[in-house]
Design a protein around this ligand. Sequence first.
Ligand code: LLP
Length: 382
Amino acid sequence: MTFNFSFAQHATPYYYYDTDLLGRTAAEAMQQAQRYGYHIHYALKSNANVPLLQLLRAQGLGADCVSGNEVQRAIDCGFNPQSIVFAGVGKTDDEINLGIGHNIGCFNCESEQEIEVIQQLAAAQGKVVTIALRINPNVDAHTHHNITTGLEENKFGIQLWQLPAVIERVKTLPNVQLTGFHFHIGSQITDMQVFATLCQKINEITRAHNVDIGHINVGGGLATNYETPDQLPIPDFAGYFDILHKHLHVREGQSVHCELGRSLVAQCGSLISKVLYVKKLRHKNFIILDAGMSDLIRPALYGARHHIQNLSSAGKDTEQYDVVGPICESSDCFATAVSLPITQRGDFIALRSAGAYGEVMASQYNLRKLPAAVYSEGSKRG
Ligand code: LLP
């Protein structure tokens, strides 16, 4: 990563977004999807910053939302309401009403009870809403336990054994129209074979249930390379869509949708921080940053490793460090025993690949300020 602006101009910690890389990533994803006529709905949960959303919308992506506020943000950023899908295992009545009011493209429904509520609220607004059934296919995503969603033990989706009854029930509801099947089995899926297995499972399910399904939504999950972000900063979208195309049976007139988040925005973002102190103990050295788990919680929550780069020193002499934040708990640790150029107080440090599930998951723990956002074209939003 090279910075084409002076990172010292801004108060740390802050997220820095390379919008040029994001533009190239989105263009590549769209180009590969369009080879097969597939649709991408960007998962706002991974990063909902307005400049990024505007860029993704301009590239032709739709939106995948999981809260009323995300639906509103997508609308405010100019996404066509018909390109918005709304998922989530616990949609409130207000959130459902908001989606109905804006005529969004699809509600991805997670239970029969939710569908009954949508029926009531749609009838009250005098509308017919389009829904997809989020089906839990019981496919293992082979990823971190906390971000696995497609197993029977998970809270998500309608179980396969419930499906026939739900389909029959939906047929009787006048204000709800079933148009699709939706799946999402997990995130940071590195094994492409998992997507092939998912497609085969989807084929079985659509064969077994004789309903006229207009679209199939395979969810998100494509992984990002956290180890070496400068090699292949743009994920293998061609490989991903090829697998879908090869394994998914698509009937005449059916459309295929996906909901990518991480793979689109992770690499364009870095958390920029300054070294407050270097603490030398007998057996190890600590680098204490001014960024902590309140700014980037992924290492503490999932044991995630973000590549760490000293932006102030590229010296050849290195030392091993534990890189930690200032927060009063030991889980506030970004990495242990990493080799970095000899580092000093005042050095700038980048935590790489932090564009997805970084800023959106920041908190004010310890009454800290939320990190700011800086964009490569120079604009700053706090
Ligand atoms: N669709 C649904 C229904 C989802 O639940 C998710 C992510 C996505 C799409 C987007 O998945 P992606 O393409 O980004 O993998 N905070 C965690 C990740 C949580 C993912 C939640 N769902 C992390 O930092 O790793």
